[in-house]
Design a protein. Structure first.
Length: 802
RNA sequence: GCGGAUGUGGCGGAAUGGCAGACGCAUCAGACUCAAAAUCUGACGGUGGCAACAUCGUGUGGGUUCGACUCCCACCAUCCGCACCA
């Protein structure tokens, strides 16, 4: 009697062996494949089964590539700076340094249970000075290139986290981290000029094998639009107001203008009798949060008392102020065409402003517009352009305006520059020194890193200053240029700084001369496969692309896209909700590993549902894969010594199994890979029972196929078959289509599309023979004239009768 | 409002133009057992029938096709993203 499956014994045995002899040895002779996970922030609450999923997917893929003969770069590290780590530390009264180290140790232990082939020699931690030295170095380089700049401006502010936020971190008006309502705060900020890369970030999306959803989210976020800037002369004054429009074809219908409340000309052009109302409106607008502004459905506004001339028809148009115009998009001022823009229509209706239709469907004017007509059409009431197609005018008029000196052709982006400073302790200090004589001076590269000082009080101040501002002995320094007393910049970098480039450092993590050597960068990068959640679509994934392009521009890298292929795994949900401590629906992997083993949990993580979709966790589901593993074990134990010659059925089944598993795996349809294994195991058990044994070739192929999924089991089965080297030294099995063919096939016979019988015929039967056999089989049902006979080779017969 | 995804048994899901419900969970019945657990075997969409079988059935309504879960049109529901971007 063969011994029964014992996951403790098998998994302990092989994890020890792999510890000493890693299966994924660095081998310069092999082609590389870089498979990367989005690295975790060590948050303290540990991993749940949802975190496991992504790591299992990437490990299966890595081991598959390994078996295909690649040297697989598969590293892991810690994104340990930033708010989550700091908030955890504050809550538990432990210094962030200590809390982070403890959490890393804890999560690392949990991650090792996944049994992924991570190369721990590459491990990095963003809070390690040897790492953040280079995070700071990139900032200094950006500063020198004019891409990092200081600006005082109203930025998004989270009153709970007590720090400024980037646009990307404000989701639906609330702080992405804690859910508090974001407000505006006027602060001196460090900004990164990501907008300088808008065009490349947009165009290069075409190069990427990424989910369309993510590409679309990025391209919408960048938000490119084509249009024109047009100058309106303010009547009786010197100033001109520049507007941006994507609808130059509607210029003749512009009957008023609106400036954003923050527009620099707003007060200047206001007449004395309107001054009080305008000042009041601007003040009230300044108090509104972005959510308030969003939620006010009703348009508000105030008249400045001034007018401007529409440059094409010389009409005088009133200039209004309203907060539906945003200061940071376009020019902060718009020309309003109420007949063809919903918002302008609403505003004009409310304040009784004239509405002039200039685009009409088929050139027929609608007598009384009840809503804006936003479709294309034929231009009317537009002087020399009457009769022109509006779509054509849209493209051609900007150039024409440019020739006539009333505007210019232009493009606009929704993307804003990146607010890069945080008023928090636990981040990379921004390596800048403020000198009264020399101004803003970057810390010399040889003086990096600027170490984050140890402090007692690291709680956020809420004043707009970082807690670092209170550390006098650290703040006070000397100017590297003139030697005079100077002060350090006290803001820190956002969480995203380290994660924007960490994937480069893994392959050269101990280099103290360079961020990464050119040689290693070219050898191991870019990343071939990146696995992670979709939540970073316009955050980390956009920032990383920006950093990579910058590093490419300054010659550090020879490539300009970091991640060639992206896979977004779905979330694991429990009781219909994302797992979270507060909901009390967290499933911990630790107990499951103890009870069922790593291999079973790995397999269930895949079997739970299609990997790209959210899946409901079923506590009982793991029993099914555990039973399956035991069935595989018994199949091998019962037959490993049978020494029988492969029957045609065994050969066919083996090749079909290889074919099915390989194809499903190539398509990353990992849940059906698992069900495929179950099907073929059931089939092989039947065959083995019938034939009193199973051939060695089939068992060997199956062990190798299983290796990426259940590595401990596969190694043990492989060694039970008498092999002395690791199963991971094997090659992924190949199939032969000729050997998969059936000699007999089942053909359903339909009458008028309904299956009435199934006939079994030789696979090489002719169409005629099959049709004859089919008609014989269903002769009793052929009660009418046969209109048509359809035979789809190898698939189906359909007889149409009347 | 705009954009995207999803919709199939009690449940997770499979099938991308060709036998709908693979595979698994749960359930029920049987075997083993003094008994239970574990394990094994079988049944398992609805309706009618002792049965073979018939009939309906993939969110709803239409359409294309010999044939539709699959393709097209319209709609409904749920989830996600964006949201006054001129």
């Amino acid at each position: 009697m063969a011994r029964s499956y014992n996951h403790h014994e098998i998994e302990d045995k092989w994890s020890k062996i792999w510890e000493e002899n890693p299966v994924n040895e660095k081998d310069e002779s092999k082609e590389k494949y870089y498979c990367l996970d989005m690295f975790p922030y060590p948050s303290g609450s540990g991993l749940h089964v949802g975190h496991w999923r992504g790591y299992v997917i990437s490990d299966v893929w890595s081991r598959y590539k390994l078996l295909q003969g690649y040297y697989v770069v598969h590293p892991m590290g810690w994104d340990a700076f930033g708010l989550p780590a700091e908030n955890f530390a504050i809550k538990h009264g432990i210094h962030p340094r200590k809390a982070t180290d403890e959490n890393v140790a804890n999560i690392k232990k949990q991650i090792k249970d996944i049994a992924a082939i991570y190369d721990w020699d590459m491990e990095i931690n963003t809070t390690d000075p040897d790492f953040y030295k280079w995070t700071q170095w990139i900032f200094v380089k950006m500063f020198k290139e004019g891409l990092a700049y200081e600006k005082e401006m109203p930025i998004n502010w989270c009153p709970s986290c007590k720090t400024g936020l980037a646009n990307e971190e404000v989701v639906g008006g609330v702080c992405e981290r804690c859910g508090s309502l974001a407000t505006k705060k006027n602060l001196r900020q460090w900004m990164l000029k990501i907008t300088a890369y808008a065009e490349r970030l947009l165009n290069d999306l075409d190069k990427l094998d990424w989910p369309e959803k993510v590409k679309k989210m990025q391209s919408d976020w960048i938000g490119k639009s084509y249009g024109a800037e047009i100058d309106f002369q303010v009547e009786g004054r010197d100033e001109k107001i520049k507007v941006y429009t994507t609808r130059p074809d509607t210029l003749y219908g512009s009957t008023f203008m609106v400036l954003a409340p923050e527009h620099e000309l707003a007060l200047q052009i206001t007449t004395n009798e309107n001054k009080e109302a305008v000042e009041d409106y601007i003040y009230k607008a300044s108090l509104k949060s972005s959510v308030d502004r969003l939620q006010d459905k009703e348009k508000t506004g105030v008249f400045t008392g001034s007018y401007a001339r529409n440059p094409v028809n010389n009409e005088l148009v009133p200039i209004w102020i309203s907060d539906y115009v945003l200061i940071d998009y376009g020019t902060g001022a718009i020309m309003c065409v109420p007949a063809h823009d919903e918002r302008d229509f609403e505003f004009a209706t409310k304040f009784n402003l004239p509405i002039v239709q200039v685009i009409a469907k088929d050139g027929v004017e609608i007598p009384n517009l009840t809503e804006a007509y936003t479709e294309p059409g034929i231009m009317i009431n537009s002087g020399e352009f009457n009769g022109m197609e509006s779509e054509k005018a849209r493209l051609e008029l900007p150039g024409l305006f440019e020739e006539r000196g009333i505007g210019k052709k232009t493009v606009n982006y929704k993307l804003r520059d990146w607010v890069f400073s945080r008023q928090r302790y636990w981040g990379e200090p921004i390596p800048i020194i403020h000198c009264d004589h020399c101004g803003v001076v970057p810390v010399p590269e040889e003086d990096l890193p600027v170490l984050l000082p140890e402090v007692d009080n690291y709680k956020p101040t809420g004043t707009g200053e970082s807690p670092l501002a209170a550390v006098e002995e650290w703040v006070n320094t000397t100017c590297p240029t003139c030697g005079a007393p100077a002060k350090r910049e006290t803001n820190t970098m956002p969480q995203w700084a380290g994660s924007s480039w960490y994937f480069l450092r893994y392959v050269d993590s101990k280099n103290d001369k360079e961020l990464i050597s050119k040689e290693k960068a070219n050898k191991y990068l870019p990343v071939d496969m990146y696995v992670g959640g979709v939540e970073h679509a316009v955050l980390h994934l956009l920032y990383s692309r920006f950093y990579t392009k910058f590093l490419n521009d300054i010659g550090v890298l020879d490539f300009d896209e970091p991640f060639l292929k992206l896979f977004n795994q779905g979330m694991i949900v429990k009781d219909g909700a994302k797992m979270s401590k507060s909901k009390g629906n967290v499933v911990s992997p630790d107990e499951l590993v103890r009870e069922y083993g790593r291999d079973s949990l790995r397999l269930y993580e895949l079997f739970v549902g299609p990997p790209e979709l959210d899946s409901e966790w079923d506590d009982r589901g793991i029993d099914g894969v555990y039973r399956f593993i035991r069935r595989v074990w018994n199949l091998f134990m019962d037959n490993k010594d049978s020494n029988i010659k492969a029957t045609p059925e065994m050969i066919k089944t083996r090749h079909r199994m290889i074919y099915e598993i390989t194809h499903r795996l190539d398509n990353l349809s990992l849940n059906t890979v698992v069900s495929g294994f179950m099907e073929y195991t059931n089939k092989l058990v039947d065959i083995a029972n019938k034939e009193k044994g199973l051939d060695r070739g089939t068992l060997e192929s199956m062990a190798v196929l299983l290796a990426p999924f259940t590595p401990h089991l596969a190694e043990e089965l492989w060694s039970q078959l008498g092999n002395t080297s690791s199963v991971f030294k094997e090659k992924w099995p190949e199939y032969d289509e000729d050997k998969m063919k059936e000699t007999q096939i089942n053909i359903p016979v339909q009458i008028n599309g309904k299956t009435r019988a199934i006939i079994t015929v030789n696979a090489d039967s002719t169409k005629e023979a099959i049709l004859v056999a089919a008609k014989e089989e269903v002769a009793g049902r052929l009660t009418g004239d046969i209109v048509k006979e359809i035979y789809v080779p190898g698939k189906i017969v359909n007889i149409v009768i009347k």
